[in-house]
Design a protein around this ligand. Sequence first.
Ligand SMILES: [Zn+2]
Length: 243
Amino acid sequence: MGQEWQELRGGILVTAATADRALVNTGLVVGLRRALVIDTGCGPRHGAELLAAVRRVTPLPLVVANTHAHWDHFFGNAVFKNDGATQFWAHATAARGMAATGEAQRQEVAGVEPGMAAGEGPLTELVPPTCLVGADPAVLDLGGVSATLFTMGPAHTGGDLMVGVEGVLFAGDVLEEGAEPQFGDADRAGWIRVLRTLSGMGAEYPQMVPGHGKPVTAAFAAHMADSMEAGPGPARPGLEWGQ
Ligand SMILES: [Zn+2]
């Protein structure tokens, strides 16, 4: 099925979460000279749907940011590279994670992206980041609007990238709406710390976009932190908790 957009404010959009795509969100920020795509989906099928949706909005050259090294957020990169994108931004730690675990993660998409799972067919190669964010934020000038890419420290993974633009924060899976947080690669204490910080950033970012589910506000980050502190789960990172 096609992807529909929700416009959060002028030129800043997010795909409406759909259950058949694991509720994963892709963001789009449209400048005057280029547009930024945040997360690329699960493989060539999903990526092509997303690219088609992007092209209904803008003909501009595209820049890509991957919020972290999990398959549903970067397996569609090859589709955007094929469209001409040359800049793929990610946290430096996420880039290492993609290199280390990307091939093994193909097994996760056997149901929805069999070509990607097998590594066979067009646009199934893993496209690694070409531009890395470390301790210092990176500011992308899209023409008339800038996006700030930054890290808040280990949380959902060791390499979570935040993308802030004009009152909207794309937080990747550090925020999860409508699904349990995933602790497989997480730093639990770090995640709670990051959520507490996010909960105080509502003035700067009145809208926050989770990696999955509907857009939320800073109060949701506080709610997640409370749940993590109170809920059952592993006391140390590296253990699954949630689904
Ligand atoms: Zn994730």
